[in-house]
Ligand binder design. Structure first.
Ligand code: NAD
Length: 508
């Protein structure tokens, strides 16, 4: 990795911004702490940009825009194709950066980098996807055609839990369509996004096209209010998504703002419970539950289903293979920060206080030799009711809540009535029930016997209700529409031999 890192104290490095193809030291004097969550120690400091520093990055992106927008879409696609190759070559390095700062196990991180690369692969098809429309000879000598034009400087603001995948969702589609990007990644794990921007320049893009400013609220607020920024794509928690959407749109920008989640899995009595248990172990505890598409609620139709499922899950949750994120063959690493671990632990206590039953309490987990790491065991909570605060809110940790309902309808209504509507799934052998569920449930992404229904890059990603604000989803053709504006031209070219009468079509 070529990223310069100034030594601050022993083993603590200082990160930078990446602007105009160069690493730029922070000038604000403010820094955030980035941790090694497996050890529980500070690993680096990330500069928190001032308004002036963000404005300078926006100016660079604005200056790079005319040249990049005028570059032919074929040429942009070639740069993107080289970028894809570089991302594959560096996949393990990128995954290691993710794993070191986020704490998810490195195999999970490899998978997340791949999901981001797939968006860039889809982006390579922009010469076809970005084609406009043409209506020939709508009146004599008159044609109408429409084009999809880039917006200008666009901003990406991303969360801690996918520091490779989500920046690539945004940058891949924004850049291929001719926009220039200022990315403000999470200050908790900024190293991978810096490397992603660096590789884009290595792939042959002009410097200034893909910039990264690190920072916190001050940086975000500058991006939301600066009139040179034409669109904002945000992914993070719901309160911040609401704020970002309200502020960006009040300042005349396009905005898509994805928020939090509480994803239900509905388990019908005819489901194969071994299959369900396997699915839940990955979907609830993978990435320590720090996934917006994690299944955090298992809704069992009937006490018998719940009892048998818990019997299968309990020993597996107690036996989760947990360890330092860079070690192989583990199921779970630590949580991202000490504060986040505290927050998840408070929710487990809240669940108990509210009257649910802690079948497995992960708070007791200690990893020998890593006592200061931000580790938490898996928790399994039974007898959860809809009125509980621990059910209404997103926990975002390795905690699976089990609910018991009397019927399919009662179970399906839980997902529909919950304030969040990101993802959901149903496990059953009954095709009619699955079809009705998929058709009626008020949730944006649905899995049928699939626990984490994240759409591939040629579809698009987005939740409903409090899980997303704005009109377009992430990636796929939805992103192409988000990152372009339509211009429609009506043109009249008469053959000089023909009558030069000017008339639009009228009914006769
Ligand atoms: P977060 O909302 O705390 O932070 C997201 C981004 O917003 C970061 O870049 C952060 O610096 C910035 N930010 C934080 N506080 C801010 C403030 N007061 N003003 C302006 N900007 C601010 O989210 P997080 O903790 O990094 O990520 C976890 C959340 O993201 C979870 O709620 C999860 O469900 C959600 N998420 C959603 C999706 C989705 O597609 N729906 C995907 C991944 C994560």
């Amino acid at each position: 990795m070529s990223q310069p890192a100034e030594a601050v104290a022993s083993e603590v490095t200082r990160l930078s911004h990446y602007i105009n193809g160069e690493h730029v030291d922070g000038q604000s004097g403010r820094f955030g702490d980035v941790y090694n969550p497996s050890r529980g120690v500070k690993a680096s400091e990330v500069p928190l940009a001032s308004q002036a520093e963000v404005e300078a990055a926006i100016a660079v992106a604005e200056a790079a825009f005319p040249g990049w927008a005028a570059t032919s879409v074929l040429q942009r696609a070639r740069v993107m194709a080289r970028y894809v190759q570089l991302l594959y070559q560096h996949q393990e390095e990128l995954a290691t950066l993710v794993s070191k700062e986020h704490g998810k196990v490195v195999e999970d991180a490899m998978g997340s980098v791949l999901r981001g690369i797939e968006v860039c692969e889809f982006a390579c098809g922009a010469p076809h996807a970005q084609k406009g429309e043409f209506s020939d000879n709508v009146a004599r000598g008159i044609d109408i055609y429409s084009m999809r034009k880039p917006l200008g400087v666009v901003a990406g603001i991303t969360p801690f839990n996918f520091p490779a995948m989500i920046p690539l969702w945004m940058a891949g589609m924004a850049l291929i369509t001719g926009n220039t990007v200022v990315l403000k990644p999470s200050e908790k794990d900024p190293s991978c996004p810096l490397r992603l921007a660096e590789l884009f320049v290595e792939a042959g893009a002009p410097p200034g096209v893909f910039n990264v400013v690190n920072g916190d609220k001050e940086a975000v607020d500058t991006l939301l209010t600066d009139e040179r920024v034409k669109a904002v794509s945000f992914v993070g928690s719901t309160p911040i998504a609401k704020y970002v959407y309200a502020t960006a749109t009040a300042h005349g920008k396009r905005c898509q703002a994805m928020g939090g989640a509480k994803n239900h899995m509905l388990i019908l009595p005819d489901a194969d419970l071994d299959d369900v248990a396997n699915a839940l172990m990955g979907a609830a505890y993978g990435s320590a539950g720090e996934r917006c598409m994690a299944i955090s609620v298992g809704v069992c139709v009937g006490d018998d289903v719940a009892d048998r499922l818990i019997e299968k899950l309990k020993p597996r949750v107690e036996g989760l293979r947990i360890g330092p994120s860079l070690e192989r063959n583990l199921e779970m690493g630590p949580l991202v920060t000490r504060e986040h671990r505290e927050k998840v632990m408070n929710y487990i206590q809240m669940a108990a206080d509210e009257g649910s039953r802690l079948v497995v309490d992960g708070r007791d987990f200690v990893l020998e030799g890593h006592e200061d790491g931000f580790f938490l065991g898996g928790s399994l909570v039974d007898q959860v009711r809809p009125d509980m605060q621990s059910y209404q809110e997103e926990i975002f940790g390795p905690v699976l809540q089990i609910m018991r309902v009397g019927s399919f309808e009662e179970g399906a209504a839980l997902a529909t009535d919950h304030p969040y509507g990101n993802g959901t799934s149903i496990f059953t052998r009954n095709g009619a029930a699955a079809r009705t569920f998929a058709d009626k449930v008020e949730v944006g992404m649905v899995g049928i016997n699939v626990p984490i229904p994240v759409p591939l890059a040629f579809h698009s990603f987005g939740g409903w209700k409090s899980s997303a604000f704005g009109d377009h989803n992430q990636y796929g053709m939805e992103a192409l529409r988000f990152y372009t504006k339509v211009k429609t031209v009506t043109s009249r070219w008469l053959d000089s031999e023909l009558d030069a009468e000017f008339s639009m079509p009228v009914l006769k």
